[in-house]
Design a protein around this ligand. Structure first.
Ligand code: BG6
Length: 482
């Protein structure tokens, strides 16, 4: 593997994301030789840490992720980390980061290459981007910026942030992270769809009745009530993860496996996305909040949540396109907190067939994304001792060995940033389309809010409110996972 020379600055170097995800992922890339002798990482945050203290944190973070590491390698890795305390609004601090980056560039022969990673509270993204530009932090080699979600909270704020970033970075150097695009079973969608004639040839409205995407979590909002109040399930999970999954399911076949060809096909599909009217939102979208129990809080009692809040912790709805292989096929989705179990899955529901044996059961293709990787097909066969048709599962589940080979999503995505591959990142024009859709639903919900006293409350430990079973276009449709 290539040794990439680069100075990487992580804004939010003392934060949870850096600790849990970025440092362990960077160590794995170091072990693979992708970054080796010619890199340094500058961690920045408000706290007055020293280089030494950051290095100890990095070592702890790697240990917490994996106990069996080579300690000498780890020490050597950590020696590439430097700390710069930083107030995002203070321009002098950007000068300090710039000087440190230039020093490190000479020391490590980093060839003027820079990666800037925004891993702090999103309200600072715009300010940081602006100062990267006006304080001239851009290096003389490649310059890339990685932006965590949420990228804006509606189309207008996302566009504003995009303009601030554009001042220093062209679209082909902006890496908008969606960690779902680093997941094994999501990266597997296109190969599965396109490399098997059985699947490829039935991927159309002629055979597919509907598609169902469920991202269910058993946890509640935990300590993130403050953030969640500004977001809700629609912005937190649908705007990014669910829409990316749906795009991969419904896009046409790219002409090549390049980032350009894949994004072009995605965009072709998204340009045909039907934006729902307020009436459609009433019919086909549901929002709700988890209720309390005798011993646990409901959403409205969670810390930092307004007791009269109308922020949804569950959202369900429907997306349709006028183009692509699934043109006019309803794609239903639902996501929520405090549901029965952690389960991310996709169900492709095939149409019923009338045949010699009468009305056969519908068959499904199911992809389980989390907590384990699994694919299963249902097929029909004869009943053994009586007339009629029965349904059976053909299942493929990853073995422990296969699971052990799957890298963490962040490791994959960071690797792609280092090598300059944007395939699994969100392009601005995709994001703009996603926001257009979300804004339409949010606007309809906002206007309903005036007449709604309280959102629907759903019981914890189930699959959401019963109203989510009423969004289907026809009475013969239902959630496959129930
Ligand atoms: C994040 C959301 O993007 O995804 C969280 O902000 C959510 O609210 C998380 O819990 C779920 O990710 P995963 O990988 O655990 O399914």
């Amino acid at each position: 593997m290539k040794n990439i020379p680069v100075i990487m600055t992580i804004f939010g170097g003392s934060g949870d994301l850096a600790h849990r995800k970025l440092y362990p992922a960077l160590f794995n890339l170091f072990e693979q030789g992708l970054i080796k002798d010619n890199f340094a990482v500058i961690g920045t945050a408000r706290r007055p840490w020293s280089h030494e203290y950051l290095r100890e944190q990095v070592i702890d973070a790697v240990h917490e992720n994996d106990k069996n590491v080579d300690e000498n390698h780890l020490k050597q890795f950590a020696s590439h980390f430097y700390y710069q305390s930083h107030d995002v609004t203070n321009t002098e601090h950007y000068q300090a980061i710039k000087d440190l980056a230039n020093d490190l560039d000479s020391r490590y022969s980093a060839q003027g290459n820079r990666i800037f990673y925004m891993a702090m509270a999103p309200r600072f993204f715009g300010t940081i981007a602006t100062h990267i530009n006006d304080q001239k932090l851009i290096g003389s080699g490649f310059n890339r910026i990685v932006v965590e979600k949420p990228f804006g909270r509606d189309f207008a704020s996302a566009s504003e942030l995009n303009e601030e970033i554009k001042a220093s970075f062209s679209e082909d150097s902006v890496y908008r992270i969606d960690h779902y695009l680093g997941k094994e079973m999501i990266q597997n969608i296109l190969p599965m769809r396109l490399s098997n004639p059985l699947i490829k040839n039935i991927w159309s409205g002629e055979f597919i009745k509907n598609v169902q995407v469920t991202l269910a979590e058993n946890l509640g909002v935990e300590a993130r009530g403050g953030y969640y109040e500004t977001s809700g399930a629609l912005r937190d999970m649908v705007q990014n993860h669910i829409f990316q999954i749906i795009t991969l399911l419904a896009m046409g076949e790219p002409t090549a496996l390049s980032s350009e060809a894949i994004h072009a096909k995605k965009q072709e599909l998204l340009d045909s996305m039907i934006i729902p009217s307020a009436d459609e939102v009433k019919k086909a979208f549901v929002r709700a909040q988890y209720a309390g129990t005798d011993d646990t809080f409901g959403y409205l009692q969670e810390p930092n949540v307004d007791p009269d809040s109308k922020t949804e912790t569950f959202a369900a709805g429907k997306v349709k396109f006028t183009k692509g292989p699934l043109a006019n096929v309803p794609i239903y989705f639902r996501t929520g907190k405090k549901m029965r179990e952690k389960k991310n899955r996709i169900d492709i529901v095939l149409k019923h067939m009338n045949n010699l044996y009468g009305q056969a059961h519908s068959n499904n293709i199911t992809i389980i994304i989390d907590p384990k990787s699994e694919i299963y097909f249902t097929i029909n066969g004869k009943r053994i001792s009586e007339p009629g048709i029965r349904r059976e599962n053909l299942a493929y589940e990853f073995s422990d060995y296969e699971n052990s080979l799957v890298p963490d999503g962040y490791e994959r995505l960071l690797h792609d940033v280092f090598v300059g591959d944007q395939t699994n990142f969100t392009h601005w024009s995709e994001l703009a389309k996603f926001w257009e859709f979300i804004d339409a639903v949010e606007a309809a919900w906002q206007s309903e809010n005036e007449s709604v006293e309280k959102l629907i409350q759903y019981p914890q430990g189930k699959l959401g409110p019963k109203q989510a079973s009423e969004i289907f276009e026809s009475p013969t449709e239902r959630w496959i996972y129930e």
